[in-house]
Design a protein. Structure first.
Lengths: 360, 125
């Protein structure tokens, strides 16, 4: 198991550590719910250094990114970030990712830790453009500072004014360390992600500076546990739970990033035919007023018949209701449809709703 | 790890506190720590009897769901009413305010088969 460069800070903060995607990662410090609410109400700090950073460099960097991802990267200007995905020829999702345009000749692709090796191999295999592909994941650390007080926290220790639009980034020094400072996150809150190359000393210096700057807002370290409940309240997909190689982006509700008019990209033909034939099932948000905790793998039923499967679920710490994402057979997937969670043989009433579960 | 000396324990990390001919039952400090944030306690509806070794409900925590097995047999006289609104009491005070169920013992001899605090500590290692 690898340790991130923040590891000793987690130990010091009494984190509960789990093995995740090859890393020793903090799953919680005090309590998942308390950390969740800290991010919604003030500010929380996540070590997400396990994420993968792959750089694409060369004359044809844009052509490569256009071919390997499903969103339209040609609309990006320097300093812009885009949510995207890579698909197989058969439309299955290899991974979802963020595309950072640094220049016409340089992009940074941020991928899931659990898929890093697979993704890098997939990119190399499909590099018909002569670009340089560089996996710099071990060099980069990533700290996410998320919550309504995140701007005020970071501004104190940043050498430039932080006035970023959502999904844009800039280069700046935070705590004296060179960063890619990006207004992105996985929580639905105002928030930033800080990418930097540095040793453990730099990481701990940054950690301490952020914790000190956020003290007046009661900043909390936040673990992977609340990262999951926060993203689920927004309905953001989690690879391995909601999407994988057996799901396509159209049924996963990622039609908005699937640019079928784009000239050519891996999976395009298959996705066009999926669209033409119509969806068989759809990933939809489901809510229940009952006392139930929906979990990955639970059946969705109607009149005793299975019509779907829960892919992610939680009791929302903010609205205190059971919320879930589930693939449901298309005829039952429209908003307002009454369905059931099947929990240990019992049918618990629920209904298809709309996103986000928690309004921001 | 808090393991009060006066209680009896099971291998499933439950505790029993004998009070005359009745007993309180809950989960141990270790168990609540492993479960993490408890969201609700789901007791079998209309529960009147528990049978040693059989499930009488589930504990739903953010991370996972866990079945509760009766450490002993008994007639149910009370289910902790506070846990409906404050299930987190099981996290914050597992041996006190976070007790789960109270029964009249129907087979008191079963108590002899439970672990004392020393043996439970050894189980935790």
């Amino acid at each position: 198991m690898k340790k991130t460069k923040f590891y000793s800070a987690h130990e010091k903060a009494n984190a509960k550590i789990v093995d995740f995607a090859g890393f020793k990662m903090p799953v919680q410090y005090s309590s998942i719910i308390a950390e969740h609410l800290a991010v919604r109400n003030s500010v929380g700090v996540f070590d997400v250094s396990h994420m993968g950073e792959i750089f694409v460099r060369g004359e044809k960097a844009l052509d490569f990114v256009q071919y390997i991802t499903i969103n339209d990267a040609s609309v990006l200007v320097n300093g812009k970030v885009q949510y995207s995905a890579m698909c197989l020829e058969d439309g299955g999702i290899v991974d979802d990712l963020l595309v950072y345009k640094i220049s016409d000749k340089e992009f940074m692709l941020v991928v899931n830790a659990s898929n890093l090796e697979k993704d890098f191999a997939w990119m190399q295999k499909n590099n018909n453009f002569g670009v340089e592909l560089s996996n710099e994941s071990d060099d980069y650390s990533l700290l996410a500072v998320q919550g309504p007080d995140s701007n005020k926290t970071l501004q104190k220790i940043t050498d430039k004014k932080i006035d970023l639009e959502y999904y844009t980034f800039m280069f700046a020094k935070v705590a004296g360390i060179d960063m890619i400072l990006s207004r992105t996150g996985y929580t639905g809150e105002l928030g930033y992600e800080l990418y930097f190359r540095g040793n453990e000393e730099d990481a701990l210096k940054l950690w301490d500076a952020v914790m000190e700057a956020g003290k007046e807002f009661n900043i909390q370290p936040a673990g992977l546990g609340c990262r999951d409940s926060l993203r689920l309240e927004m309905g953001f997909c989690l690879y391995g739970n909601d999407i994988d190689e057996t799901t396509n982006p159209l049924e996963a509700g990622l039609g908005w990033i699937t640019k079928l008019k784009k000239e050519s990209f891996i999976g395009k033909e298959k996705l066009l035919s999926v669209k033409q034939e119509g969806l068989k099932r759809k990933l939809v948000p489901v809510i229940s007023d009952e006392k139930v905790f929906p979990r990955h793998g639970y059946d969705i039923t109607l009149d005793g018949k299975k019509i779907g499967t829960v892919t992610s679920g939680v009791v929302s710490p903010v609205i205190d209701k059971a919320i879930a994402m589930a693939y449901i057979d298309f005829p039952y997937s429209s908003e307002g449809t009454s369905i059931n969670f099947s929990v240990r043989g019992k049918e618990i009433p629920a209904r298809v709703t709309k996103l986000p579960f928690v309004k921001k | 790890m808090n393991v009060p000396a006066e209680l009896k324990y099971t291998n499933d990390h439950e505790w029993v506190k004998v009070d005359g001919d009745s007993a309180y039952i809950g989960i141990t400090d270790y168990a609540q720590g492993e479960l993490g944030d408890i969201v609700f306690i789901d007791i079998v509806p209309d529960l009147s009897e528990i049978v040693g070794g059989e499930s009488f409900g589930t504990i739903e925590a953010v991370k996972t769901v866990s079945e509760m097995f009766a450490p002993i047999s008994g007639t149910v006289i009370e289910i902790n009413p506070k846990l409906n609104d404050e299930p987190q009491l099981v996290n914050s005070d597992p041996y006190g305010e976070g007790w789960i169920i109270k029964v009249v013992l129907t087979e008191p001899s079963q108590l002899d088969a439970l672990l004392d605090s020393q043996s439970y500590k050894e189980l935790l290692g």
